[in-house]
Design a protein around this ligand. Structure first.
Ligand SMILES: *[C@@H]1O[C@H](CO)[C@@H](O)[C@H](O)[C@H]1NC(C)=O
Ligand SMILES: *[C@@H]1O[C@H](CO)[C@@H](O)[C@H](O)[C@H]1NC(C)=O
Ligand SMILES: *[C@@H]1O[C@H](CO)[C@@H](O)[C@H](O)[C@H]1NC(C)=O
Ligand SMILES: *[C@@H]1O[C@H](CO)[C@@H](O)[C@H](O)[C@H]1NC(C)=O
Ligand SMILES: *[C@@H]1O[C@H](CO)[C@@H](O)[C@H](O)[C@H]1NC(C)=O
Length: 846
């Protein structure tokens, strides 16, 4: 029955009034309260209204007042923010700390607050138009005879399973009778009786057509919600609200006589509608924890624009909700977040520039096409776990569409790949509901099949796996995944190790050379951290640069595995550098973590834009040694609250143990048995002819000649990384006539830098290796030091600034977002050319 539109509008509106925020009339504040705070007391104190808890985040609440009517509240929160910022900036001292804690108490126990704003933030991951590939089915597939046989097998499978869905046989991603082997290999799972019963996936998107005959029997209403129009049903309402329904069909389209089937056709699917209108962080945080005891898997085929220029991560509230999800969702086994890697490959975008896809809490999924090739759109990155089938090679994913009996044949981009992994996980959970969010990531690593092994993108990893930035650990095979799940022994609780903040404070050479900084992880550190073996590695870094897209960053592990954390991006002209950004890699899965980790930052283009590597921090995440004593990681940012910012500085300045420059010569793989402090005399064993004329100290003090790179960091870092220093000695550096300054500061941990700028050299070469000397030397460096301290307290994203600029900073952010959106709008896209959402990027699907 169709209601007259005025009536449905009325109903919608009246419903909306009940729950919806009215941003025209009111101001809303997300507030984190201390555990002893009294909510009503806070409300009374400031004359604000308590709107309720934010989703599943305990101690997080929304307060409101009519627009502009609670200046005292705003001013107090602002003052709290300032004091906290000052404390974190490193004007340390207990007084400063007490100053914000004292205020926090005066404010009734408010620890953190952020005014809420409505924003369009995400784009759907439908691919931009790209090259068509002519159809070559026969050429790529098997012989005629093989294809005939495959078709017969398909027919017999359909008969055995009683699948009479009319487009089932077009759903090549489930069973591909033309390009043999190019499918998810799922039919064997079904034949074993595993079809998803008992699992629920939630599609966070632009709606879900629960009235579709292909979905309604599997629709899970209780786990669904419309955050855009505030109501229980995530019904698609805009003309292009089709994306979520198509994704849902891939996961859980019902086995019936409508369209096709989903990967887990006896599983349930919920819809959470967030992409159709601007929403607040509060709403998004609520959505990703929505009914998280029942919803097992969250399917997310969206993210910041894939324009090769955006670098954006979720706000703190959303980050906290994700961590809350993996810690408390699913009875503590953890919500499973699956994200589409992104479709910006043609714009040189990379999924490590997206704070959702590079989160350790998400399974990031890229695409391959019908012939198993890498499609032009699918982004690479070190955070990508797996790939699976999607559009390209002249075809796309065939699935359900919005409408009672409507099907769609053109679903594509990494948007369409993600939900197929959601379906795979749903099958695995159906067999093994006791697996944790990390167990499922292990299953990805262990069962994915490497493809195109000869394309030069693959590395051997420590545990005998192969990793490619283009394909992650390979393509998903649902049968292998579920088989492995059946007997998987759950891993122990997650542990982590955070290095101190490691200050670098040096200019980055332009061109082929890189600036390298290392950190030595010891067995003792990991023992103390209760960390047995690695899963994810994250590196948070601050690099200032005039044109961010010129930069790249690599991480080299003790075992010599290389993660391209960041790549150059031509469209990225931001002058912000990497501002407290966290990169992630899954390439080091299974390594011990012990030994020297090196970050190499390069400024690849010789132009007027230069930069400085400020500091970084290495974070190792993995399986604990002793699960019994392992706690849960604090929610994001709270950790830094408690982390003594001074620690890092103190430790890096107490350079008593500073290795001589010689020890820096180590190749990445050398370090473990390298003596910490080789005697100076040992230096000369290499190029013996080297004149040691201007020895380090004098040269440092006086020379002003041309600055030449001493350290060539070749693109194929291994094994010739640091060729110049291979066995190197300080003397050798000078022999090469270049000015190299290697700074080591330690704390028993060596951090070193290769410098080219002579002005950095000090009279006393020994001092030159000490942080303190560098830091005190001149103003810009001192400035940098301050910046580094500032950074410590910030969130990981550009928007992390909200922590300090919760109110003042918002409009800037908005401007940024919208201008990016505009650019993005210039690219035509399949679905979204009409203008009803011209002001938003939301029409862009991936
Ligand atoms: C695909 O599934 C079949 C069982 O249906 C299994 O024997 C096979 O190992 C799986 N994977 C591959 C790559 O064939
Ligand atoms: C799904 O599992 C429930 C019990 O967990 C069972 O009652 C039901 O019959 C199963 N459905 C199918 C289709 O296997
Ligand atoms: C990885 O190891 C295999 C042997 O297991 C070897 O053939 C191959 O060359 C190695 N690949 C790389 C990139 O080192
Ligand atoms: C770029 O180089 C100039 C001149 O050496 C220097 O003053 C400036 O600080 C550098 N910029 C960055 C971001 O390092
Ligand atoms: C790193 O730590 C290990 C273990 O303490 C030590 O043996 C090694 O010499 C150190 N390496 C460097 C380069 O400091």
């Amino acid at each position: 029955m169709r209601l007259p539109s005025w009536l449905s509008l009325f109903l919608l509106a009246s419903h909306a009034v009940a729950a919806q925020r009215d941003y025209e009339k009111n101001d809303y504040f997300a507030v984190h309260l201390g555990p002893t705070a009294d909510i009503q007391e806070v409300a009374r104190l400031f004359g604000v209204k308590h709107e309720g808890q934010i989703g599943e985040l305990s101690d997080h609440h929304t307060f409101s007042c009519s627009k502009g009517s609670c200046p005292d509240f705003e001013a107090s929160l602002h003052e709290l923010k300032l004091r906290k910022k000052r404390w974190r900036r490193g004007d340390i001292g207990l007084q400063k700390r007490d100053s914000w804690r004292q205020l926090s108490i005066e404010l009734g126990g408010i620890l953190w607050a952020e005014q809420q704003h409505l924003r369009h933030r995400h784009v759907k991951r439908i691919p931009p138009p790209g090259p068509l590939v002519s159809r070559q089915d026969k050429a790529d597939g098997g012989t005629d005879a093989e294809q005939q046989e495959a078709i017969q097998r398909l027919n017999s499978i359909a008969e055995t399973l009683d699948i009479s869905d009319p487009i089932f046989k077009e759903q090549w991603h489930l069973f591909n009778p033309l390009q043999l082997g190019h499918d998810l290999n799922v039919t064997g799972v079904w034949l074993d009786g595993i079809t998803g019963n008992g699992t629920i996936s939630a599609v966070i998107d632009d709606g879900l057509d629960m009235d579709s005959n292909d979905l309604k029997d599997n629709y899970y209403a209780a786990g669904s919600y419309d955050f855009n129009d505030k109501g229980p049903d995530p019904k698609p309402r805009l003309f292009d609200d089709k994306h979520g329904t198509r994704c849902a069909g891939e996961i859980a389209a019902v086995k019936n006589n409508v369209c096709g089937v989903g990967m887990a056709y006896d599983s349930k699917v919920a819809g959470l509608r967030i992409l159709s209108k601007p929403i607040s962080d509060e709403d998004e945080a609520t959505a990703i924890n929505y009914h998280y005891q029942e919803n097992d898997i969250y399917s997310c085929s969206w993210g910041p624009p894939d324009d090769g220029a955006t670098m954006e991560a979720p706000g703190i509230l959303i980050q906290r909700a994700m961590v809350n999800g993996i810690q408390s969702g699913r009875g503590g086994l953890g919500s499973v977040f699956v994200f589409a890697a992104g479709n910006g490959a043609a714009s040189e975008d990379n999924c490590n520039f997206d704070g959702y896809t590079n989160s350790i809490y998400s399974i990031t999924v890229g695409g391959i096409d019908r012939a198993g090739n890498h499609p032009y759109y699918s982004e690479a990155c070190s955070a990508q776990l797996v790939v699976t089938y999607s559009s390209g090679h002249n075809d796309a994913i065939h699935t359900t569409d919005v409408g009672v009996d409507k099907c769609y044949t053109g679903h594509g981009g990494t948007s369409a790949a993600g939900p197929l992994v959601v379906g795979t996980v749903a099958l695995a959970l159906s067999a093994r509901p006791d697996l944790s969010w990390r167990d499922l990531q292990y299953l990805c690593v262990e069962t994915a099949i490497p493809i195109h092994l000869d394309d030069g993108s693959w590395q051997n990893t420590t545990i005998g796996k192969k990793f490619s930035h283009t394909y992650g650990y390979g393509k998903v095979d649902a049968y292998l995944f579920v088989e492995a799940a059946k007997s998987f022994v759950p891993v122990k609780a997650q542990a982590w190790f955070h290095s101190p903040w490691l200050s670098v404070q040096h200019e980055i050479p332009e061109g082929d050379q890189g600036l390298a900084a290392s950190f030595n992880v010891t067995q003792q550190m990991l023992d103390e951290a209760n960390l047995e073996r690695l899963e994810h590695v994250t590196v948070t870094m601050n690099v200032k640069h005039g044109k961010r897209g010129d930069l790249s960053a690599d991480l080299i592990s003790p075992d010599g595995v290389v993660s391209h954390l960041a790549v150059t991006r031509r469209p990225d002209v931001a002058d912000t550098g990497y501002d407290d950004w966290t990169f992630m890699s899954v390439a080091h899965w299974g390594e011990s973590g012990i030994g020297k980790w090196t970050v190499v930052v390069k400024d690849t283009r010789e132009n007027e834009f230069n930069g400085t590597f400020i500091d970084w921090r290495l974070n190792l995440w993995g399986e604990s040694i002793n699960e019994q004593i392992q706690g849960l990681h604090p929610l994001p940012d709270e950790h830094d609250d408690d982390h003594e910012t001074a620690t890092a500085i103190v430790s890096t300045t107490s350079v008593d143990a500073a290795p001589s420059p010689t020890s820096l010569a180590a190749k990445p793989t050398d370090h473990i048995d390298r003596p910490t402090k080789p005697k100076p005399g040992d230096d000369s064993d290499t190029t013996a002819t080297a004149p040691t004329t201007s020895t380090g100290s004098e040269a440092a003090a006086t020379t002003t000649g041309a600055v030449e790179p001493t350290h060539t960091y070749s693109d194929s870092f291994l094994p010739s990384f640091f060729p110049t220093f291979g066995v190197s000695k300080r003397t050798q550096i000078w022999i090469y006539g270049s000015i190299g300054l290697i700074i080591v500061f330690c704390a028993g941990l060596g951090v070193y830098f290769v410098l080219q700028r002579r002005k950095r050299l000090r009279n006393n070469p020994r001092d030159a290796y000490e942080f303190e000397m560098v830091g005190d030397a001149d103003d810009d460096e001192q400035q940098g030091l301050n910046n580094r301290r500032t950074r410590t307290g910030k969130g990981r994203a550009r928007r992390g600034g909200e922590l300090y600029d919760a109110f003042a900073g918002e409009s800037d952010d908005d401007d940024d977002l919208y201008s990016e959106d505009d650019t993005y709008q210039d690219t035509p896209s399949n679905d979204t050319s009409t203008g009803s959402r011209g002001d938003s990027p939301a029409g862009r699907e991936k």
